[in-house]
Ligand binder design. Structure first.
Ligand code: AMP
Length: 217
């Protein structure tokens, strides 16, 4: 199952992708996570991407495409993947088709997590992320048991540098400029399913699992 999660920043793509990856035993591939790892490791890609990411803008297509192509060379994607954060533009959707096509693969299902702006801003400006396992918490909606400490692995929690209100609004603006053409593309090729992601994360997860099992029949 080659599943793509589409949706604005804060729609819960990362949370859903992690849970789905566990339930479906597929790798979770997040372009944002790979870029942040590059920033952390101080690679050339990370150095080029850092300033762009802090402004809430998109990292140039050629850099992200090369990074993704390399990731897709890992044999763990043989049975599928949960892709989160890519594509973000129609051009990237074309690139994704090309990279997968060159390996004899194709996207099976695209799930669009539709969310309102108010919910997104509240979710993101209060989001806390584990520095080690990547688990997400929220200062009020889902606080960790001990302040600043991950419930799962005991590592420290941090706030992403792009999760401040100014950058979140910019990320939303960038997202909205591009998403309609993506939705149109995936609707046209009959791969798109839209879900209300303002609902409880468990409800949304179940809906995605139902869609993916219908798709694999
Ligand atoms: P995310 O973790 O998906 O919210 O991504 C964080 C940031 O990484 C974005 O605001 C972009 O700067 C960059 N990024 C992630 N995925 C992409 C992509 N597909 N194309 C360009 N930039 C990306």
């Amino acid at each position: 199952m080659y599943l793509v999660l589409l949706g604005p920043p804060g729609a819960g793509k990362g949370t859903q992708a992690k849970r789905l990856a566990g339930s479906l035993s597929l790798p979770h591939i997040s372009t944002g996570d790979i870029l942040r790892q590059n920033v952390k490791d101080g690679t050339d890609l990370g150095k080029q991407a850092k300033g762009i990411m802090d402004k809430g803008l998109l990292v140039p297509d050629d850099l992200v495409a090369k990074m993704l192509d390399e990731r897709f060379n890992n044999p763990d994607i043989k049975k599928g993947f949960i892709l989160d954060g890519y594509p973000r533009t129609l051009a990237q959707a074309g690139t994704l088709d090309d990279i997968l096509g060159s390996k004899g693969l194709a996207v099976d299902l695209v799930v669009y997590l539709n969310t309102s702006d108010e919910v997104i801003i509240k979710r993101l400006t209060g989001r806390l992320v584990c520095s080690k396992c990547g688990a997400n918490f929220h200062v009020t909606n889902m606080p960790p048991k001990s302040k600043g400490i991950c419930d799962n692995c005991g590592s420290s929690l941090y706030q992403r540098s792009d999760d401040n209100e100014t950058t979140v609004r910019k990320r939303l603006e960038v997202y909205k400029q591009e998403v309609s053409s993506l939705i149109e593309y995936y609707s046209r090729i009959k791969k798109l399913h839209s879900l209300n992601a303002d609902l409880d994360a468990g409800v949304v997860l179940k809906q995605i699992i139902d869609l993916s099992s219908k798709e694999s029949r």
